[in-house]
Ligand binder design. Structure first.
Ligand code: GDD
Ligand code: MN
Length: 420
């Protein structure tokens, strides 16, 4: 699905982060390639994610175009994906289009983040080879030629690495080196199968064959698009090319602590999704990662439910059934808030109008109240029928109802209809 935009900007894809197997044909996307270029097939699409790069954007476009016009005349495209930069990088880039026919520009106004920016750019790409380069000139453009040649020689993925021969960083502080190496070490501990495949898993400078990632539902968090490609793609042959990470001349790095937290979150998500449980869920089309998050939210709801039950039943002396119902409603509100923000946050973001949130809450509530009736029936069956301890009976009843709640909410409240 595409949302249309004004002027010569690209339409912004929405929905699942999935790359099509065949490059988008020209009629699907507004191509800025007037006349001669529109009949050429595009071999190579290079995405340049930008946020506040007004001081760099013209130079990076100029340098990349000069080099690629030499080696791939009319056979490449540059796709700037800007997240509505306050310094209006997208506008500066769009103004360059008449001068650079191979340049296309996307301005995202609702979604943000480096990794998803790259994927949205690849979704409108027309090339068989997809690439990403930083927009701040810290990735030397000429390394691209060696990356392209690696793909010509059969690699599925060609990564520009700071940690192989010919690689390095300019004057990085000891802290920055420590943090970068620390992140790599963490990756090796949490996701060894993926992170150990390359010497620079933090790199944001690489090319990948479209066929190696097409069809996969990508689901990155934050900055590190390379581990997402490694973790979910069908990557067989990997090549690495050494490069020296340059000093930034204009603007500043957007890396904050949040990116490091996102990185850990991303590693854990990939760990669950690419582990045995994730592969089992993939086969059964059961979203294990989501269910685990739903379960964690359920545990927080359990704590809220139990604490409320204790206060209402033991402290305030209310009847067991009435206390159980009230305690459950308090837990339902707790769970809706967490699920809407976290478990189904990516879907909720696409349905963020207030009316839709209220509709989702009502559906969630009705489904959970039906689950509550089921829970109270089970609680009384186990407590009165089987003489079970009331707390143990409550616990088992909650576990059974959790599966019910997850599956029905998945299909009705957040409408997870991932078309395979
Ligand atoms: N669209 C978009 N949205 N672009 C972004 C965002 C965002 O939220 N955040 C950063 N960018 C763009 C920047 O404008 C820049 O072009 C590029 O992504 C890298 O961002 P920096 O903030 O400059 O990152 P860095 O210099 O610390 O580089 C580190 O991260 C890069 C991205 O993974 C290093 O690890 C690099 O190797 C890596 O390429
Ligand atoms: Mn940078």
């Amino acid at each position: 699905m595409f949302t249309t935009q004004h002027g010569n900007l690209l339409p912004v894809p929405t929905g699942a982060l999935q790359i099509s197997r065949r490059p988008l044909s020209l009629e699907n996307t507004t191509s800025n390639r007037p006349g001669v270029n529109s009949i050429y097939p595009i071999r190579f699409s290079l995405v340049i994610p930008t946020y506040n790069e007004s001081g760099n954007i013209e130079r990076i476009i100029q340098q990349l175009s000069a080099m690629l016009d030499e080696v791939l005349p009319h056979n490449y495209e540059l796709i700037v994906v800007d997240d509505d930069s306050p310094d209006r990088t997208w506008e500066l880039a769009a103004a360059l289009i008449p001068e650079y026919p191979c340049l296309r520009v996307m301005r995202r106004e609702t979604e943000r983040g480096l990794a998803t920016a790259v994927i949205r750019g690849w979704q409108v790409a027309q090339g068989e080879v997809l690439g990403v380069i930083d927009g701040d000139l810290q990735h030397p453009p000429d390394t691209l030629l060696r990356l392209l040649s690696e793909l010509e020689h059969g690699a599925d993925l060609a990564v520009a690495s700071r940690h192989v021969e010919g690689g390095g960083v300019s004057t990085w502080s000891a802290t920055r080196r420590f943090l970068s190496r620390g992140a790599q070490l963490l990756g090796l501990m949490i996701l060894p199968r993926v992170v150990s495949r390359v010497s620079d898993p933090m790199s944001g400078y690489f090319l990948v064959r479209r066929g190696a990632i097409a069809g996969q539902i990508l689901n990155p968090v934050g900055y590190k698009i390379l581990i997402e490609v490694l973790g979910r793609g069908a990557i067989d042959q990997i090549a690495e090319v050494g490069y020296v990470f340059q000093e930034r001349e204009e603007g500043e790095s957007k890396v904050t602590w949040k990116q490091y937290m996102d990185y850990v979150h991303h590693l854990l998500r990939l760990r669950v999704d690419s582990g045995r449980l994730g592969r089992w869920g993939e086969r059964l089309h059961f979203p294990v990662g989501r269910f685990l998050r739903f379960g964690l939210v359920g545990i927080s709801g359990l704590a809220v439910d139990m604490a409320s039950l204790y206060i209402l039943y033991d402290v305030l002396g209310m009847g067991l059934t009435r206390s159980a119902i009230l305690a459950a409603e308090i837990a339902i509100i707790n769970n809706f808030l967490w699920n809407d923000r976290w478990t189904f946050g990516d879907l909720a973001k696409q349905q963020s109008q207030r009316g839709m949130v209220i509709k989702r809450f009502l559906k969630f509530n009705i489904i959970c109240l039906m689950g509550l009736i089921l829970k109270v029936l089970l609680l009384n069956l186990f407590f009165n029928g089987l003489q079970m301890n009331p707390y143990l009976a409550n616990l088992i009843a909650i576990a059974i109802v959790t599966f019910w709640n997850f599956w029905i909410n998945l299909k009705l409240s957040w409408r997870v209809t991932q078309v395979r």
